[in-house]
Design a protein around this ligand. Sequence first.
Ligand SMILES: NC(=O)c1ccc[n+]([C@@H]2O[C@H](COP(=O)([O-])OP(=O)(O)OC[C@H]3O[C@@H](n4cnc5c(N)ncnc54)[C@H](OP(=O)(O)O)[C@@H]3O)[C@@H](O)[C@H]2O)c1
Length: 472
Amino acid sequence: MLITRPSHCKRILKSLVGHFDQGHIGPVKPTTVYDAGSVQEAFRFMQQGLHIGKLVISLRGPDGSLKINTELVTSIRKLKLDESASYLLAGGLGGLGRSVARYLVEHGARHIVFLSRSAGSGPDDQEFVVELESLGCKVQLVQGSVNNRDDVVRAVSASQNLKGILQASMVLRDENFAQMKIEDWRTTIQPKVEGTWNLHHATLEAKIDLDFFICFSSMSGTTGLAGQSNYACANTFLDAFAQYRQSLGLPATSIDLGAVRDAGYVARDEALLKRMKVTGSKGVTELEVLEAVSMSILSKPVIKPEPAKNTEEAEFVDQSNLVLGLLSEIPLSSAESRALWKNDRRMAVYHNSSTDASDGSGSGGDVLKAFLSNAKKDASVLKANESVQLLAVEIGRKLFSFLLKSEDELDTSVSLSSLGLDSLVGVEMRSWWRQTFGFDITVLEMLGMGTLEGLGKHASQGMLKLIDSESG
Ligand SMILES: NC(=O)c1ccc[n+]([C@@H]2O[C@H](COP(=O)([O-])OP(=O)(O)OC[C@H]3O[C@@H](n4cnc5c(N)ncnc54)[C@H](OP(=O)(O)O)[C@@H]3O)[C@@H](O)[C@H]2O)c1
């Protein structure tokens, strides 16, 4: 229908969004979450036709780690760079640039050119050069500004057999838009807008055939960020630039990064890190940045799209933009959530896979939360009989919430089957269990524990083991 009757589809989607906005429709509940690695199990369960609500495949765990068989993925797509080529890193002597440089060298790069205003005069620039050289890489530092066309041409000429560019230059001048001076606007815009344009034209004019052109952009360009209108705008340009280059059939990716926790300017700034924590933002790890870089380099060459006959009917798929870091530690439905993008319609999928208590999963009530946080500090509390009893009651409360039963009937010594635990509810319980206690239990194991007391004991023993293994 999308192909043969696009305007009809558009009308249906518009009316659907209208109903959504007015609160007439919402996500289907309850949700049962499966790890991406257990997708077969999810299909098998769906096949039985017994489930209520929706089955969701989750790609990432609560800690942000991928729940897919990454070994298989990486072994097929291993990054191997051209030893005879040069790679130009504009702004590459900053925190993330250095991290990418090391990564490129580890994957075969043998000639890296850095362009930045203070290149070579930074306190640890020489030390860094020695580090890369000791790994077998020739390093050239070009002092200059990416904003300046001549400096860029000089850096490009210094890069023999140039095959890849990373544009990581950045200057911040944060201010409320109403108070922002034009100099602040320009200072932040220039390295990303004019700088990127200079890199693009210098390579085109020199007829250089690049394998990749990666721009480090920011999530602020996608979601907006108070006090950073200039920065957000500059990053939106990068996203559009990557689309433009791809439309010319040239390689380009913009990677929209959320705050990187362990490298780069956010990691150097205590106050920023604190602000990130308060808003519940999960942030991005250095490793994820490097994975995104690797993915961008390995991605297939772009195929120039056919020009759309009618913009109304044009299909839009943006293959030039990667967004990293749209993850919140606080469920979006919680009143405490301060994620800037929680009301953004484009992020609706996050509400669908929300794992707060209201949709039947999540990490349980306040008593349980407080108990688990204590147990993490002092594991010996898990050995006490009262703790086993507390866990039994809390597991029972969760079970009863799934069964829509009153807690008055909760008896921890009665058999689980007579309480109503069956394989269907067991699947819901299993997902909650994993998120709450941090280890897995199969539905069969759960049913085999006999009573809530048995489950309480299993939870306390499992957590003890987990804490032991983490500390040892
Ligand atoms: N770190 C994060 O959490 C984060 C989050 C979102 C996006 N990003 C993006 O990732 C990129 C790198 O960030 P970072 O954390 O590595 O920042 P950084 O440590 O501050 O590095 C930025 C680098 O840009 C260089 N630079 C500034 N103006 C320049 C110019 N006109 N010409 C050439 N180089 C210039 C600076 O060197 P000189 O002063 O010597 O010129 C500096 O080394 C940025 O584009 C940023 O927008 C980072």
